[in-house]
Ligand binder design. Structure first.
Ligand code: DON
Length: 310
């Protein structure tokens, strides 16, 4: 088992997977948010954080990038901790959509988005974080993401402005949900708060610490601080397992077998409950919007180290 072996075995395993997959050239760097197109396709970092807070890394794990959709499970956790599962479920479903991450998602009858991992559900979820104003809401989101990562995070303003200038599809999703009664706040500000959330800057180790915080049951293993109650961490991991990889979630669960979340800037985070958090950064994406090297790396590690939960 990777988390119980000697420390150098973990480091050597990460280094070997990195060496093996660096030559992969498949995939396209995202360009629908223009600023993301400037990423270096050769950037490739891996990180693993154990339950006692040890950080293992390989490759370019210190490169910073915008968190994008990898923020979604963590903001869902923050909202869930405030609202509880039943109230949360009134606004956002728990079902895999089987559709792309940017699909229109309005459940018949309720107008709810299918789940909090797709864009529609994430826009609704962010705006369920209780606050008196959009500014206060974003401050709470930023603080919460920082608590998961174990350090104060900031926003890549250029990525934020780039997405805000090109984000009409998300704006449309927000207006549709508002019209259907499933978005609680005013759509224009709601979507800007979500764009700022997506532009929060992290590195690969941050993402591994964040996943490790869910894997421990809500306590950040580096800072020792409880970020969310244990039942919330468990519920979030369950939604990541069923919905985190969008329309590839089923194949992911079969082949890798861990709750995970990917993002269009090239980040991916995965949690092995009670064992470790794992993360990867590599900008070229597959057609579902997940990083090609990260998907390959997690498959490789799952097979090599017996990580599959089932
Ligand atoms: O809303 C968007 O389209 C982006 N800010 C985030 C999408 C994303 O990361 C999808 N993940 N693979």
């Amino acid at each position: 088992m990777i988390d119980t072996g000697p420390l150098d075995v973990i480091s050597a395993g990460l280094a070997e997977v990195h060496r093996l997959l660096l030559p992969l050239t498949d995939g396209e760097v995202a360009s629908y948010i223009p600023k993301l197109a400037l990423a270096d396709p050769q950037d490739f970092g891996l990180a693993l954080v154990s339950m006692d807070g040890h950080r293992y890394q390989a490759g370019r794990s210190a490169v910073r990038f915008s968190i994008q959709s990898v923020s979604k499970p963590f903001v869902y956790a923050l909202a869930l901790a405030e609202l509880g599962l039943d109230e949360m479920h009134r606004w956002v479903g728990n079902e895999p959509s089987g559709d792309a991450f940017n699909a229109i998602s309005l459940e018949r009858g309720t107008g709810r988005p299918a789940n909090p991992m797709i864009n529609a559900g994430a826009i609704a979820t962010t705006n369920l974080v209780p606050a008196g104003s959009p500014e206060e809401r974003f401050a709470r989101v930023l603080d919460g993401l920082g608590a998961f990562a174990g350090r104060r995070l900031d926003v890549d303003e250029e990525v934020y402005l780039s997405e805000s200038a090109s984000g009409d599809r998300n704006r449309a999703l927000a207006y549709l949900m508002h019209a259907a009664g499933s978005l609680r706040t005013e759509p224009r500000a709601a979507v800007e708060t979500y764009f700022r959330q997506c532009a929060v800057r992290v590195d690969t180790v941050d993402l591994a610490v964040m996943a490790a915080t869910l894997a421990t049951g809500g306590v950040n293993p580096v800072t020792g601080r409880r970020v969310v109650p244990e039942p919330v961490a468990v519920q979030v991991l369950a939604v990541m397992a069923t919905c985190g990889m969008y329309d590839a979630a089923g194949d992911w669960l079969v082949r890798v077998g861990l709750p995970a979340k990917s993002g269009v800037s090239g980040g991916l985070t995965a949690a092995s409950p009670g064992r470790f958090g794992l993360a990867c950064y590599s900008p070229p994406l597959d057609p579902t919007g997940s990083p090609v090297r990260a998907v390959a790396a997690l498959r490789e590690m799952s097979g090599r180290f017996g990580m599959h939960l089932m």
